[in-house]
Design a protein around this ligand. Structure first.
Ligand code: FAD
Ligand code: UDP
Length: 379
């Protein structure tokens, strides 16, 4: 059997490309994944107690892209869900992102929005050029809030001080002077009604797509016949780490089911100052599932293990640039996804990146055209 495309990785990057190539361009595609399941890090399943959980930690869908939302909506119905997170600080559970209620409860104050904006001006420390994840927070909310909410959490999560990480990391979390306690500000905030894995099943179910799970690229690269390769694993691994290893941060997940209906008031509670884990997730808040028991996950950051996060800092970006040059000069091989392009991307960004690669492959004019499937026969 000869394939038009071999796709390594059945996460968002691989599955979106497989779906478009198979359904819109009539290409024969083989998708392999070394894990025994599809959906990559977004994989969810019903555990032994019958509760829907995320094997690789909490995944919440949010996007500002109408194209990405329209694209995924072909494969799932949605459940409206706005994510809220609390952080345990000084014995209280306080809203994060930092907002008016966070500050008033923490310091026992009664600030108005205007007064809080003034307060931030007095405690924020001027930084000439904002470069690091420390600069971002210190300049906005000052040292005390920085230490309580960000420094400890970041040191645990990354094994690095915020001063060693790019500004992009803590910039993910806004600071607000109003009472909006939603974790994300995006226009579209939903969970797939029947879970992520069901959505992926619909994406990759097509006669032109063959799936081989539990299979590493190394096992098939000499034996499978194909024209083009789409690689969504770690880019440095593809090139046998020829310039040295790109650093990734890993996690250990401890999953538990407890015999109580609700464990905590919101889906995620962060522990910036105490414990070795960073956060606890309770899935029923995300999925809306009703069940007499509840399942939770503790996340313990670690340096060894599956590569979950690229680490955004200048030396790593420099090393990635060398791999990128090599990638760009490797014919008929396309690198895409969080690991393939060493980018700290959310799910929607990976979908957009994959649709953009498809657009390039077929010479389409716009993402809208790619999503609607008009006039896109692959060249
Ligand atoms: P992946 O999902 O990692 O898929 C790559 C696949 O390739 C994997 O299944 C892997 O097994 C396979 N693979 C790699 N190398 C090989 C090989 N050599 N041979 C065969 N198979 C291989 N995003 C959000 O938008 N919202 C969230 O709330 C959110 N929460 C997250 C929480 C955690 C703990 C983590 C780690 C990530 C979170 N993300 C979240 C990010 C999200 O997981 C990613 O953006 C998305 O899953 C990336 O898709 P991908 O296809 O690039 O990579
Ligand atoms: N962060 C923090 N304290 C928090 C939440 C986040 O210091 O309570 C920092 C931390 O460095 C974290 C980054 O902000 O890694 C991004 O947080 P996010 O929740 O987006 O991380 P993810 O869900 O991707 O792990």
């Amino acid at each position: 059997m000869h394939y038009d495309f071999l796709i390594v990785g059945a996460g968002y990057a691989g599955s979106v490309l497989a779906e478009r190539l198979a359904t819109q361009s009539d290409k024969k595609v083989l998708v392999i994944d070394r894990r025994p399941h599809i959906a990559g890090n977004a994989y969810d399943y019903y555990n032994e107690d019958g509760i829907l959980i995320h094997l690789y930690g909490p995944h919440i869908f949010h996007t500002n892209s109408p194209e990405v939302f329209a694209y995924l909506s072909q494969f799932t119905e949605w459940r409206p869900y706005e994510h809220r997170v609390l952080a345990e600080v000084d014995g209280q559970l306080l809203p994060i992102p930092i907002n008016l209620d966070t500050v008033n409860k923490l310091y026992n104050k009664n600030f108005t929005e205007e007064e809080l904006a003034e307060y931030f001006k007095t405690v924020g420390e001027p930084v000439d050029v904002i470069r690091t994840s420390e600069d971002v927070v210190i300049s906005q909310v000052g040292r005390d809030l920085y230490q309580k909410f960000f420094q400890g959490y970041t040191r645990k999560q990354w094994g690095l001080d915020p001063s060693e990480l790019d500004k992009s990391v803590t910039s993910r979390i806004p600071t607000r002077t109003n009472r909006d306690d939603r974790y994300f500000g995006d226009e579209f905030q939903f969970m797939p009604l029947h879970g992520f894995t069901k959505m992926f099943e619909k994406m990759v179910s097509h006669p032109n797509i063959e799936l081989m799970l539990g299979t590493d690229y190394k096992q098939v690269k000499e034996t499978v016949s194909y024209d083009q390769l789409i690689f969504t694993g770690p880019v440095d691994e593809y090139f046998d780490h020829c310039y040295g290893k790109l650093p990734y941060r890993s996690l250990h997940f401890e999953h538990k089911t407890v015999d109580t209906e609700q464990y905590q008031p919101v889906a995620v509670v962060n522990y910036p100052l105490t414990n070795e884990y960073t956060r606890i997730t309770e899935y029923k808040h995300l999925t809306g599932q009703e069940h007499p028991k509840t399942s939770i996950t503790f996340e313990y950051p670690q340096s060894e293990g599956d590569p979950y996060y690229p680490i955004p800092k200048p030396e790593n970006a420099e090393l990635y640039r060398k791999y990128k040059q090599l990638a760009d000069s490797t014919p008929n091989v396309h690198f895409v996804g969080r690991l393939g392009t060493y980018r700290y991307y959310n799910m929607d960004q990976v979908v957009a990146q994959a649709l953009t690669l498809y657009k390039k492959l077929v010479g389409a004019e716009s993402l809208e055209e790619v999503v609607n499937g008009s006039g896109t026969a692959a060249k």
